[in-house]
Design a protein around this ligand. Structure first.
Ligand code: ZN
Ligand code: ZN
Ligand code: ZN
Length: 298
C-alpha cells in the first residue's frame, strides 16, 4: 500500500514540477490513455474546451477532453477532482506542442535505426520499446508517418518518462517534412512588426471593466498563445473563437473594456502564423462584435 501511495504522490509531484516549468500536464489511466470524459462532457456535449481544435465553453473541473485538459495551472493539477484521477493514474502525460516541443516517438528498433541515420541528434528519452526524440519547436501531430514513427506535438499528448539526455536541438525540416502537407511558414515581415507596435491591452483603457487587470491579461495571453499554436492551419478561426470567447467575458461590464486593444493583439498573433491581415481583422471583429451582416444580437 505504501508503495502504491508513493507512486501516486510521485505522479502528482512530477506533474506539479512540470507545470511549474511551463509544461502542460494531464493524468493518464493505467492503460496509458487519458481519463474518459465526465457525463457532462460525453461526446463533447459541453462544446469542448476553449483550447480545443474548435474553441468551446467547457470549464469542467475534471481532466476531461484528453490532451485539451493539459494545464500548467498548479491549482488545477492539485485540485481534489484531479487528485482522484492522479490516484488512479498509470502515468503523467504532457502536451508537447503546448510546451513548445515536438516528440518523435520511435516505437521499435527499425524506427530507431532509421532515426539514427536520418535525423539530427537531440535530447532522447528511453521508452518501453524505443525512444522519444525531443526537438525544440512545435508542429502538427500525426501518427504513423513511417512504420513505428509518430509525431506528437500540438493537440496531442505524450507520456512523461523523465527529462532524458542530450542537448535539445531545433525542430529540423526533415521532421516537418514527415507530415505530407506543407506547413504554413510564419510571416515575419514588416506587417508583423508594424502590428507589434500597436498598443497592447492595458488596464488603463478598461475604465468600465468589472474584471481585474490580471484576469483580463491572463485570458488574453492564453488566447494569443492558442492562436500562435495554430502554425499549421485554422489560426483564423481560432482568432475568431478567442475573440468571441473574450468578448463574452465582458457582456455585462458597463465598458469600455479595451476590446479593440485585445483585438489588435489577437490579430497580430494570427498574422504571425501566416493569416492575411485583412482576414484576421475580419475574423476578430466578427468574434468581438458579432458578424456585421447579421448585426449584434443582444
Ligand atoms: Zn467534464
Ligand atoms: Zn467538457
Ligand atoms: Zn470588461
Amino acid at each position: 500500500m505504501t508503495h502504491a501511495n508513493d507512486i501516486q504522490r510521485d505522479h502528482l509531484a512530477s506533474a506539479l514540477e512540470l507545470a511549474a516549468a511551463g509544461v502542460p500536464v494531464l493524468p493518464l489511466r493505467a492503460g496509458k490513455r487519458p481519463v474518459g470524459n465526465c457525463p457532462a462532457c460525453t461526446g463533447n456535449m459541453c462544446g469542448g474546451r476553449p483550447n480545443m481544435k474548435t474553441a468551446g465553453p467547457c470549464q469542467c473541473p475534471r481532466p476531461c477532453h484528453g490532451w485539451a485538459a493539459a494545464t500548467t495551472d498548479p491549482a488545477v493539477v492539485a485540485s481534489p477532482v484531479w487528485g482522484s484521477a492522479w490516484k488512479r493514474a498509470g502515468a503523467v502525460a504532457y502536451c508537447p506542442g503546448g510546451a513548445g516541443v515536438t516528440v518523435v516517438d520511435l516505437d521499435n528498433a527499425a524506427a530507431l535505426a532509421w532515426a539514427r541515420k536520418s535525423l539530427p541528434s537531440t535530447r532522447t528519452v528511453p521508452t518501453t520499446r524505443g525512444e522519444h526524440w525531443i526537438y525544440r519547436g512545435s508542429m502538427r501531430s500525426a501518427n504513423n508517418v513511417r512504420t513505428g514513427v509518430d509525431i506528437k506535438s500540438l493537440m496531442q499528448y505524450a507520456r512523461w518518462l523523465g527529462p532524458g539526455t542530450g542537448t535539445m536541438t531545433r525542430l529540423p525540416d526533415v521532421v516537418r517534412a514527415l507530415i505530407g502537407r506543407e506547413e504554413t511558414t510564419p510571416a515575419r515581415g514588416e506587417m508583423v512588426s508594424s502590428l507589434n507596435r500597436s498598443a497592447a491591452w492595458d488596464a488603463t483603457v478598461a475604465t468600465g471593466c468589472r474584471h481585474t487587470g490580471r484576469y483580463v491579461r491572463t485570458g488574453l495571453d492564453r488566447g494569443v498563445a492558442m492562436v500562435r499554436a495554430r502554425t499549421e492551419s485554422g489560426a483564423g478561426s481560432q482568432a475568431y473563437g478567442v475573440a468571441s470567447f473574450l468578448a463574452k467575458q465582458h457582456t455585462v461590464c458597463p465598458g469600455p473594456c479595451g476590446l479593440d486593444a485585445m483585438g489588435q493583439q489577437i490579430i497580430a498573433a494570427a498574422v504571425s502564423v501566416g493569416v492575411p491581415e485583412a482576414y484576421a481583422a475580419r475574423a476578430v471583429a466578427n468574434g468581438l462584435y458579432g458578424p456585421t451582416a447579421l448585426g449584434r444580437v443582444s
